[in-house]
Design a protein around this ligand. Structure first.
Ligand SMILES: [Zn+2]
Length: 683
């Protein structure tokens, strides 16, 4: 096992594709162990060098360290997301804490930081080129942010805070998950579910049996506030119960109440931020993103919020008109009457669209076709290369000059061993240091059609296919030297920008005409339907923007508290209500997309804390770029080359906003986003 472990040497397959045909579950743990031990030894060698630090003997050496660990991590975390098993989960639960301690040991090594600090002090004299200079800047920043400058005593407190915060995050996540199950709404009579599809009613019956009930139906909740069944349930009283159960999660006392955890998390995050030299957690987190400051984020939100709320109020008037004067619009009526108006106004029926969105055509004649027209690249399926699952398809990508560019793996179908959602990840990051070309995977969760039938997509699935492929392009076009900067390794509030831009081609007339043909008759999607689809893009955007902004503003309200302010808060719901009021987004019929007590994005993990704003921050750049593409004539090779070479190719190898400014010739404007969402501007 140890001698023939495929992770111990570089793969000899094209593009160093991991040799999935030879990787067995038993290879992972020994490879992680050896990978960490090797990197520890490599880092020790750097830290204990008697020679003074140079760029090469310290930073390049760090970039070169941990090759085995990098290989095994990329392959392992790909399969634990895409095709997991009890054995893999067992390995994961053993490996994750080891990896975190391994990372800490490097980031808090004083000798290593001392070398980086010395280099940083001489940075002007070193006269480095742009990318090496940015590497020094980034290493220095990351060590400082991890606490490298703190005293021994402060280190002790930092580790305590980190470990308690990690435990609290897990506890919050577990309580939200269990509370969500407990909050399911049970009805006795199928007639109470009128309006739901037969499938949904059957699922509710199964859900009731799963809860040990001998009769009745259970409507399970999903994470955000809005519950899909609210769009179709005719019975207003059931709608009210479902909505009330959703917004009440986590704050009703009892075992699933999370409000005590929220107060503790917020307080400890504020303390950690202060220890690291920041006013509060938001300042700490946003400083390392393109927004740079809480003020910059608040400024953008302040431009959007009044327009979003004004539009939501107009939409509410429309809904009240549809309701008549029988009752006053309530939050549990919103989705139901919105669907009625959508049907009346746009006459779009999902079931009638799907025959025009056949997976193979959307992929080949839509997604690949648009990339071919714009960037001059070409795709060829390589069934001879091994993937990690029979559903995962490997394509070789050829560049605009005909030469090899990288591999794209498409893994589109849902299966029990795959987590939910859609995502992209790099199996091999591009880097000139190692001479590696990119290998990227796109994962979706599309239901497979029965044997012999074509797989037909929903409009949302078509959008997701274009979106995830945008991340794939960002990865494939990477032209960086250091692996740290490859492709999508950019700040959190920048990473969704290129993928969102790629969504524009979905409804672009020439692209749509090329792929949206009826899978049986070959008829193109009728022009009036195309026009209605385009018009419907702006429908209900006042609501969607307001609920999103409300959650974003809540995230910021909690994370802009100082230690003393956090200690003074005792009532989570009162704080939440006051924060929404103050931000001007307290609209009674538009609750936040997440309320505090089940805001798992920001409390069950650190990744999106003080970062929920990232989606719309990226969308400002996206809309500003799409505006440029549209003005310049769309699918033109010159435009593709400009976006690719000026932006996508840079990865994280420079300050992302400077890259944007150099590409666009100015700062991003917010107006294209307002226009796209159909938001009237408010003086
Ligand atoms: Zn994305």
């Amino acid at each position: 096992m140890t001698t023939d472990n495929p992770f111990f040497a570089a793969s000899d397959l094209p593009y160093q594709l991991p040799p999935f045909d030879r990787i067995e579950t038993g290879h992972y743990l020994p490879a992680f162990e050896r990978g960490m031990a090797e990197q520890r030894a490599e880092v020790e060698a750097i830290a204990s060098l008697p020679e003074p630090p140079t760029f090469d003997n310290t930073l390049v050496a760090l970039e070169r360290s941990g090759r085995v660990l990098q290989r095994v991590s990329a392959a392992f975390f790909n399969v634990t997301s895409s095709d997991t098993s009890p054995e893999l989960q067992e390995i994961e639960s053993r490996v994750v804490p080891l990896l975190s301690a391994h990372g800490d040991a490097i980031m808090l090594d004083r000798r290593l930081f001392e070398r980086i600090e010395q280099l940083y002090a001489q940075r002007d004299a070193l006269a480095l080129d742009a990318e090496p200079a940015w590497l020094l800047e980034r290493y220095h920043t990351e060590f400082v942010r991890a606490g490298a400058r703190l005293s021994e005593q402060e280190h002790v407190r930092l580790r305590e805070l980190n470990s308690e915060l990690a435990a609290l995050a897990t506890e919050f996540g577990n309580k939200v998950r269990d509370g969500m199950k407990a909050a399911a709404v049970v009805v006795e009579d199928a007639a109470d579910l009128a309006g739901l599809s037969a499938d949904a009613i059957a699922a509710a019956e199964v859900a009731a049996r799963d809860r040990g009930l001998t009769g009745g139906y259970a409507l399970n909740l999903i994470l955000p506030t809005a519950q899909p069944a609210l769009a179709s349930l005719h019975n207003r009283e059931v709608r009210e119960r479902l909505h009330t159960a959703s917004v009440g999660r986590g704050s009703a006392g009892g075992d699933h109440d999370t409000t005590g955890l929220v107060l503790r998390i917020v307080r400890l995050r504020a303390e950690r931020a202060r220890l690291l030299g920041f006013e509060h957690h938001a300042a700490y987190n946003i400083a390392d993103n393109t927004a740079r400051s809480v003020d910059a984020v608040q400024e953008m939100l302040a431009k959007l919020a009044p327009a979003a709320v004004a539009n939501a109020r107009i939409e509410a008037e429309d809904l009240q008109e549809a309701i008549g004067d029988e009752f006053t619009l309530q939050p549990w009526d919103w989705a139901y009457y919105t669907e009625q108006i959508r049907r009346d106004r746009y006459a779009i029926d999902e079931a009638e669209l799907r025959p025009y969105f056949e997976l193979e055509r959307v992929l080949g004649d839509g997604v690949f076709h648009a990339a071919g027209r714009l960037y001059g690249i070409r795709f060829q399926e390589r069934p001879d290369l091994p993937a990690y699952h029979g559903d995962a398809r490997v394509f070789e990508v050829f560049d605009r000059d005909g030469g090899p560019l990288g591999l794209f793996i498409g893994d589109f179908f849902t299966r029990p061993s795959k987590r939910g959602g859609a995502w992209a990840n790099a199996l091999v990051p591009q880097s000139r240091l190692f001479g590696t070309a990119p290998v990227v995977v796109n994962n979706l969760n599309i239901n497979r059609a029965p044997e012999g039938e074509p797989t037909l997509l929903t409009l949302d699935e078509v959008r997701t296919l274009f979106h995830e492929f945008g991340h794939a392009l960002h990865t494939l076009f990477s032209q960086v030297h250091f692996p740290k900067f490859a492709g999508t390794r950019v700040p959190r509030d920048f990473v969704e920008y290129p993928s969102q831009v790629n969504e524009v081609w979905m409804l672009w007339p020439e692209v749509l005409a090329n792929y949206a043909t009826h899978h049986r008759t070959g008829e193109p999607l009728p022009q009036p339907v195309v026009e209605r689809l385009q018009a419907a893009e702006q429908f209900n955007k006042g609501f969607a923007t307001t609920e999103y902004l409300a959650a974003t503003l809540l995230d910021l309200a909690w994370h802009t508290l100082t230690v003393e302010e956090a200690e003074a808060v005792t009532d989570v719901l009162a704080f939440e209500a006051a924060a929404l009021e103050r931000a001007g987004v307290a609209v009674p019929f538009v609750p936040p997309r997440y309320r505090t007590a089940y805001f798992a994005h920001i409390f069950s993990g650190a990744a999106y804390s003080a970062g929920y704003y990232s989606y719309i921050w990226s969308e400002v750049l996206d809309a500003d770029t799409v505006d440029w593409l549209t003005e310049q004539g769309g699918l033109r090779r010159e435009l593709g080359d400009a976006f690719r070479d000026g932006l996508l190719a840079k990865g994280g190898s420079a300050d992302s906003m400077e890259v944007y400014r150099a590409f666009r010739g100015r700062d991003p404007l917010i107006e294209p986003l307002l226009k796209r969402r159909g938001l009237i501007s408010v003086p």
